[in-house]
Design a protein around this ligand. Structure first.
Ligand code: ADP
Ligand code: MG
Length: 468
């Protein structure tokens, strides 16, 4: 039955997608009109449900009639104390052992809830699900200048978890730049190389929630014990712990225990340790023991390769000039970059339109408009000095020449308008003494733009340039 379904699916989707999403599936059982298929992970199952549920349905109806049912069996990753590698084929006699998580999926039900897969009490052991997303691999994490240090440190850690000086490894950077992806990639690679190691990925938010629950239920010690048996602990978005002293305290103890026992800790954060607020000093100093590696915004070439890789994996073809166009206009965030490509594909397939540069323009425009662009003070100074054909040093100089003073005041005015920086910080970044100078500049610009026509034109032109 299943091979007939596969043949049908193969004829109807992209070869790359077929290879990625259907070849790894094993049919395990047919009882009546219910077919059980085994998929490698929870993520894999969710992806199938999200992207291929229709074609699965059609193919199964053809084989088994309108009442056909599909049961997903999710292969378990790592049983604590069980050395069976994740990728190994399981002999059919052992299959029942894997079925701790059958998910019975009626087709009409959009997204059935999985039982919480976090801890599955077995008869003898406790299984710890790694909570890793296998598609967040190193292979899929494209390297560029913006992430080279962090990516390579991640690879070093994955080769020798706990055995490098990068412990903890802290990955930091702005939203949508790949912190979560890279953190998973390290875990995925470790599971691949050391299947017997217990790896756990968890967000700081969920960690906090679990801790609070454990206190309520009076089993704080179980909570601590659970974390102390982990070999590789990955905590995402540790800035979430700020101000949460109880959770910080318990994390401090867990961290020390793991570190002393040569276990690997991987953390991500939206800020460098020096900039983290309301995190206890003793924790911050621990964070600095290892390596802090920053993820910066990727350059154009890296953005293009990220897009190409994504399209390739999804089995979608797209002309180069369109890829270039998207990469050129969406700069600050990889998540948005992917979002734009996804909606481009969606638009073209819903409306059966060809993907043209005009369609790309429409979509990119929507993306750029929808996202509040963060303009930096450096960028403002650059735009203003370019506009007045001077260089940034001249703009910042102490000179009292009128046109330079005006340019400088405009830069301060826009910095106040477009950034969240304090007056004092704007002043010092634009080479001024104090916040009073900035305040004065803002007032002057306001006054002049309502009295001086030429000046008003400067403000309008610059607003356009800065607003993109
Ligand atoms: P963050 O956790 O920093 O907010 P994510 O890890 O969620 O960012 O990344 C956002 C999206 O961008 C994800 O889909 C991720 O796969 C993708 N991404 C980020 N950096 C890269 C990269 N270097 N190569 C490929 N994909 C990337
Ligand atoms: Mg993240």
């Amino acid at each position: 039955v299943w091979s007939n379904c596969l043949a049908f699916i193969k004829d109807n989707i992209q070869p790359q997608a077929y290879k990625t999403w259907f070849e790894p599936i094993d049919a395990v059982k047919l009882s009546g009109n219910a077919l059980s298929i085994q998929v490698p992970s929870k993520f894999f199952y969710e992806w199938l449900e999200e992207h291929y549920v229709k074609i699965l349905k059609v193919s199964l109806h053809k084989e088994l009639g309108e009442d056909a049912k599909l049961v997903y069996v999710i292969k378990m990753e790592n049983t604590y104390g069980n050395k069976q590698p994740f990728t190994e084929k399981i002999p059919s006699a052992n299959r029942s052992a894997l079925k701790s998580q059958d998910v019975d999926v009626p087709f009409n039900n959009k997204s059935p809830e999985l039982k919480n897969p976090f801890i599955i009490p077995g008869i003898r052991n406790v299984k710890i699900e790694s909570q890793l997303n296998p598609s967040y691999s190193f292979e899929n994490f494209l390297e560029g200048d913006s992430n080279r240090l962090a990516r390579n440190a991640g690879i070093a850690v994955a080769n020798k978890p706990g055995g490098t000086s990068f412990n903890p490894l802290l990955i930091f950077g702005g939203v949508g730049l790949g912190k979560t992806h890279l953190a998973h990639a390290i875990g995925v690679d470790i599971k691949d190389k050391y299947p017997e190691k217990t790896v756990l990925y968890i967000s700081a938010e969920k960690f906090t929630q679990q801790y609070i629950d454990s206190v309520k239920k009076n089993n704080r010690n179980d909570f601590i014990h659970f974390y102390q048996i982990i070999d590789v602990l990955i905590i995402d978005d540790v800035q979430f712990l700020s101000g949460k002293t109880g959770t910080q305290d318990v994390f401090f103890h867990i961290f020390n225990h793991l570190h002393q026992n040569g276990k690997q800790v991987i953390l991500t954060s939206d800020k460098a340790p020096v900039d983290m607020q309301d995190i206890e000093q003793r924790l911050l100093s621990r964070f600095k023991w290892g390596l802090s590696a920053e993820l910066q915004t990727p350059d154009f070439e890296t953005r293009v390769s990220i897009l190409k890789n994504k399209l390739y994996r999804d089995g979608v073809e797209m002309p180069d000039d369109i890829i270039d166009y998207v990469a050129k206009h969406i700069k600050s965030n990889v998540r948005e970059l992917e979002g734009a490509i996804i909606s481009l594909i969606a638009q073209s397939s819903f409306n059966r339109k060809e993907i043209t540069i005009n369609l790309a323009k429409d979509i990119v425009e929507k993306f750029v408009k929808n996202t509040k662009r963060e303009v930096s003070i450096d960028y403002i100074q650059k735009v203003v000095s370019d506009y007045f054909q001077m260089d940034v040093n001249t703009l910042q100089s102490k000179t009292r020449k009128r046109h330079i003073v005006q340019a400088r005041q405009l830069a301060m005015f826009f910095a106040k308008k477009y950034t969240k920086a304090s007056l004092a910080s704007i002043g010092s970044q634009i080479g001024q003494r104090d916040h009073a100078t900035v305040l004065h500049a803002c007032k002057t610009v306001d006054n002049l733009s309502s009295t001086d026509k030429q000046f008003r034109k400067y403000v309008e032109d610059l607003s356009k340039k800065l607003a993109l």
